[in-house]
Write a protein that binds this ligand. Structure first.
Ligand code: ADP
Ligand code: MG
Length: 684
């Protein structure tokens, strides 16, 4: 008999109306009921007075030592007090509005009190009490009591009782679900024991082992689905198998002005491996700002082109498109790879030229904004799309391409350095490559936080860097809901800075400039014709001027941590010591804490972790990634290591020859089988 097949009605005490209410909670079968775990516990475990802090709610056991005193006041109000000896101390117990207890308070009788402890008056205001000598003593005192999410006619007491009953009737039928080898490797307690302990923790704190076991199971099954889904996707050999020679990559890498880092080599291997396979790659390249993602993308593009296909690089803004266009042209010089640029502001004639070049295959790699892969753009043979997180490839884009008869490999780059396991979970349908290490010889960026009143010193700093031949950014924040005010603010700051440095050329960059103006401003800063660049957050992503060593962020308290980190990443891109100065007078504690985090670390993973602590995961992922699953027991952040283990185990298992056949995996296969994803649905 399977618990999944026994209607919850079979549990004693569950009648027709209760059954219906349980359905509303998603509880249909006994299995559902037993998997309905408490979300917290009330602690009725006996404690000694010494360990109870003033104001705490706690449970103690003692002996009644005085005659009770009852005062009545108001209409129905009363106050009952009695002296109780607890741990050799006499304390006062106070009951409000329970006059009927008076007759039971008999000196010499043992009693268990739960209530709020007031240290200074040696007094406990009792919320619950029971006599220790009672036959009918409830199972409560001395234990942890589970607290379930309840409502309607389903009360806490009723559900506790009903689940206890279900365990009595059917507990023996709880089967192990996880493969034995995993239970052993991860030292998990058996499923039955875990379920029982979560519902009936008794007085033990062994609840932790039970919690861990169930959290692991949830995470593992979740990962198993992802991996199984992916392995099925891989079996669909309808992508592009790029025949990439190792020699091609090696030759190109040798033309770079620097040695690739080990981290870069590793992710390039992962990417090239995928690209050679006949399935469509869907890979996330994750790396902190400045970790060198662009060159990795460039190498993947070389691979695609040398394998006879075309590549596209999609970026969020025209500034970036132009910058990447220029840097790819430089990188690909002498390789024979033809690079094109396609943006909205191209003159019509030029635009038609590029479109024709793509269709006829004269252009090998095209850089542009989102419109690149849509509308009237046709490729002769698109093999690889590199995009960034903001343009995470969705089902729609893929189907647009498929309609054009293309199913290219996709590489998504993200500079939001979220811890790896969280990335895997949030982007569960993707493979993940991580650049953990920054190029050699990079000095950590030094970050300082100053008040507005110290602007003179900040000017002095700018002067010093510029006099040493370096350059500086000054960033003005976005003022909420007013693009116009932002621009005005940036214009004002630009005037101030230019006045402070009459001998320097100070550039100004903001969102309202036309494409040609933007290009001119960036070009002049890139060539060190202007030494200081005042900008709004338009420089946030991707801008690469290695000679810039100082970034001053005005009103830094207005930015979130990850944005501050992105901005800071505009410096520290060359061999020079770089600095970030946050100008801020934060009013809130959280604002001060953000400034402190920035000054304490320049590691994006650490920043993300601290951000997560400050904000909680829901907010961290925002609505954009609402695909982040909800777990009953597990907590993606707190159980982060467990998630990583679960992921490893799931990958290992789904990779085995006998996974789909061996009886050892029947339990987990049954779980997968219920999932619609695996029943022939489109796997986009
Ligand atoms: P990201 O896109 O990850 O923020 P970039 O790809 O723009 O970083 O690289 C940052 C800077 O580091 C660029 O100027 C790039 O040329 C340089 N760079 C990349 N890889 C290396 C390397 N292995 N050694 C030295 N410099 C590198
Ligand atoms: Mg491929």
């Amino acid at each position: 008999m399977l618990l999944e097949e026994i209607p919850v009605r079979q549990v004693k005490g569950v009648g027709a109306s209760k059954e219906e209410e349980l359905h509303a909670f998603g509880i249909h079968t006994v299995a559902d009921l037993l998997d309905y775990f408490p979300f917290r516990y009330e602690d009725y475990r006996l404690r000694s007075l010494k360990e109870i802090k003033d104001g705490d709610k706690a449970t103690v056991q003692g002996t009644i030592r005085g005659n009770p005193m009852l005062q009545r006041y108001g209409r129905n109000k009363s106050r009952l007090t009695s002296k109780i000896e607890v741990d050799g101390m006499l304390i006062t117990a106070v009951w409000f509005n329970r006059p009927f207890l008076k007759d039971q308070i008999v000196p010499g009788r043992d009693i268990v009190l739960t209530g709020k402890w007031e240290q200074s008056r040696l007094q406990m205001t009792v919320s619950e009490s029971e006599f220790a000598d009672r036959e009918t003593r409830s199972a409560k005192s001395g234990t942890l009591q589970p607290v379930y999410s309840v409502g309607g006619s389903i009360t806490q007491t009723w559900i506790r009782k009903t689940i206890r009953q279900a365990l009595e009737q059917y507990g023996a039928l709880i089967r192990e679900l996880l493969p034995e080898e995993i239970v052993e490797r991860r030292r998990l307690i058996p499923r039955r024991e875990a379920v029982e302990r979560l519902h009936l923790p008794g007085d033990t704190s062994a609840g932790a082992a039970a919690r861990r076991r169930m959290a692991y199971e949830e995470l593992f099954l979740f990962q198993l689905k992802l991996q199984a889904y992916r392995s099925l996707n891989r079996d669909r050999a309808d992508g592009v198998a790029h025949p990439i020679e190792a020699e091609t990559i090696r030759k190109f890498a040798a033309t770079l002005p620097f040695e690739l880092t080990e981290a870069q080599k590793k992710v390039i291997n992962e990417i090239v491996y995928d690209m050679r396979q006949p399935y469509a790659m869907n890979r996330l390249l994750q790396g902190d700002v400045g970790s060198g993602k662009t060159v990795v993308a460039a190498i993947a593009l070389v691979g695609a082109v040398k394998a006879g296909r075309q590549g596209a690089l999609m970026v969020p803004t025209e500034i970036l498109a132009e910058q990447h266009y220029r840097s790819l042209q430089k990188l690909f010089a002498g390789t024979g790879i033809e690079v094109g640029l396609l943006t909205g502001s191209l003159p019509e004639r030029k635009r038609r030229e590029v479109l024709a070049g793509l269709q006829m295959g004269m252009i090998d790699v095209v850089v542009g904004t989102h419109a690149l892969i849509q509308d009237e753009v046709f490729f002769r043979s698109l093999g690889l799309v590199v995009t960034d997180e903001q343009h995470r490839f969705g089902v729609n884009q893929r189907s647009v391409l498929r309609r054009k008869g293309l199913n290219p490999d996709v590489l998504t780059m993200t500079a939001t350095p979220i811890p790896r396991t969280l990335a895997i979970t949030a982007f569960g349908d993707m493979d993940v490559s991580t650049l953990r290490e920054r190029p050699h010889g990079r000095l950590p960026i030094k970050t300082y936080w100053v008040k507005h009143s110290a602007m003179d010193r900040v000017y002095g700093f700018i002067r010093k860097e510029v006099s040493e031949g370096r350059q500086a950014y000054v960033i003005c924040p976005l003022i909420e809901e007013s693009d116009k005010l932002d621009v005005q603010n940036a214009i004002d700051v630009h005037v101030q800075i230019q006045q402070a440095f009459p001998d320097l050329k100070v550039g100004l960059l903001h969102g309202r400039l036309g494409a040609a103006e933007k290009e001119a401003v960036m070009g002049s800063f890139g060539a060190n014709e202007s030494q200081v660049l005042v900008a709004t957050t338009v420089v946030e992503v991707g801008v690469d001027v290695p000679n810039a060593t100082l970034i001053v962020i005005m009103d830094a308290e207005r930015f979130g941590l990850s944005q501050l980190h992105q901005l800071r990443g505009r410096v520290g891109r060359g061999a020079y010591q770089s600095y970030c100065v946050l100008v801020a007078d934060p009013k809130s504690e959280a604002g001060r804490e953000r400034m402190n985090v920035m000054t304490e670390t320049d590691d994006g993973f650490e920043v993300a972790r601290r951000d997560l602590d400050l904000r909680g995961p829901g907010d961290f992922f925002g609505t954009k990634q609402s695909g982040v699953p909800e777990f009953k027991v597990a907590d993606m952040v707190a159980d982060y290591e467990l998630l990583e283990q679960a992921r490893e185990d799931a990958a290992d298992l789904t990779g085995r020859e006998d996974f789909w056949s061996s009886p050892a995996y029947e339990g987990v296969r049954a779980v997968l089988g219920k999932d619609h994803i695996l029943q022939g649905e489109q796997l986009d």
